[in-house]
Design a binder for this molecule. Structure first.
Ligand code: SAH
Length: 411
């Protein structure tokens, strides 16, 4: 372990202030980008620049002295300097000149001698504002990055609960978050981030259970999904709940199965909130329409097999759609009217021999796939007591699933 150099972490406001960056390589480019992002004016001193830095030169705030470092005059007017020339002797010279001029200087090639260091940093946005995480480990930038990533992950995952630090009196908000098909890992990072700052979480039956179970006890969970022996909460009531909760000034995540906008009534919920002036963020999710077939080894398109797909609800009579085996049809909520739907497909012109798979409880330990054809699937589904939730896939892509191969080689 190296000894810790005394260092005080500070936050600099670079807005409108001159920063001199000596060196034209990728390290310089990365830092120049960061300086510009924070509003600085930048002078680059380098005989050549890499491509990334060249792109940044287009910014009006960047001046390029296209030559080698030529002494203290190059640092004229700077508040802050950065040297990464790849030449330790040049970096040393820049750092020494900066020292004489009393300009803080980052020497990228001398972790021990440098008068200033840039901490590893991440900007994490929460609905309540932006927080900058920065970590510094003397002489060990890799360690600093690991620590930064760890803190960022802790915030995003909710392990570090920011709810308690919230300043009150903020307006409420609603986020419609797509929870994915039920597997823990298939909820987006943004979804986790919002859940980590929600006060109230309104969940569906198909929202990822494990994620909900991990929420701290201080979070109020309102379950509006179907449970045995209880009717689901009507949509108009769900809309009212979202509005009422947000109007109390709290953060509300509406956690839905799959994607909020794929047969999920997310549009209605958004409109209801917006009609009351409540800000709504919509976070897409991994839809079951595509992911549940994938979980059963079925790609919804496949070169040479299927070029497109349609997703429809099986709740109502299906519309007339392309009938070829090369067009995949995906039915959500398709179990209860399966037999009627298959009849309609044939009436519309699809072959009775077209392969069909029903994938129940995708991504759950009890996932099961039943395969057949348009002609046989309804009978097979009844025999196997297939039940919701399930995704029905119709098309030649079904032949790519291990279940189809197993059944057809057995037959
Ligand atoms: N918005 C959701 C769909 C809601 S409709 C999405 O994008 O996935 C509810 C239907 O989705 C269910 O009836 C079923 O057809 C399907 N579904 C959702 N999750 C599923 C899962 N894990 N396994 C099988 N089907 C699922």
């Amino acid at each position: 372990m190296g000894h810790l150099k005394p260092a005080l972490p500070v936050v600099l406001d670079l807005t409108g202030r001159l920063v001199v960056a000596v060196g034209g390589g990728p390290v310089s480019a990365r830092r120049v980008r960061a300086f510009l992002d924070e509003g600085a004016v930048v002078r680059v001193v380098a005989p050549w620049v890499c491509e990334d830095l060249r792109d940044l030169l287009a910014d009006d705030r960047v001046e390029w002295l296209e030559r080698d470092y030529a002494g203290p005059a190059d640092l004229d007017g700077a508040w802050f300097a950065h040297t990464a020339t790849g030449e330790p002797s040049v970096d040393r010279e820049v750092a020494a000149d900066a020292e004489t001029l009393r300009i803080w200087c980052v020497d990228a090639t001398d972790a021990a001698g440098t008068s200033a260091s840039v901490a590893a940093r991440a900007d994490v946005s929460t609905p309540d504002g932006r927080v900058t995480v920065s970590a510094y480990a003397a002489g060990d930038p890799g360690l600093a990055v690991t620590v930064r990533d760890g803190v960022e992950r802790a915030i995003v995952s909710g392990a570090l609960d920011l709810r308690r630090t919230r300043t009150h009196g903020r307006p409420g908000w609603v986020a419609l978050v797509g929870g994915g098909p039920g597997a823990d890992g298939l909820l987006t990072t943004r979804g986790h981030e919002l859940l980590a700052s929600a006060d109230v979480v309104v969940v569906d039956g198909l929202a990822p259970r494990a994620v909900v179970d991990r929420l701290p006890a201080s979070v109020r969970v309102i379950d509006v999904g179907k449970t045995p022996g209880r009717h689901p909460v009507p949509q108009s009531r769900i809309n009212d709940i979202l509005v009422e909760e947000a109007q109390r000034g709290v953060g509300v995540v509406r956690l839905k199965g799959g994607d909020p906008y794929v047969l999920g009534r997310g549009g209605e919920e958004r409109e209801a909130c917006e009609a009351h002036g409540i800000p709504v963020e919509v976070v897409p999710g991994v839809t079951s329409a595509v992911s549940v077939p994938a979980a059963a080894g079925i790609p919804v398109t496949h070169r040479g097999v299927a070029r497109g797909f349609t997703v429809v609800t099986g709740h109502d009579d299906i519309p007339v759609l392309p009938t070829g085996g090369d067009h995949t049809l995906i039915l959500l909520m398709g179990v209860s009217r399966l037999s009627r739907t298959m009849d309609l497909l044939v009436a519309h012109g699809r072959s009775a021999d077209c392969p069909v798979a029903i994938v129940e409880r995708g991504f759950m330990p009890t996932q099961r796939t039943t395969v057949g054809t348009v002609a046989t699937i309804a009978r097979l589904a009844t025999a196997a007591a297939v039940e919701a939730p399930a995704v029905v896939v119709v098309g030649d892509v079904v032949r790519l699933s291990p279940d189809w191969r197993r059944v057809s080689s057995a037959g």
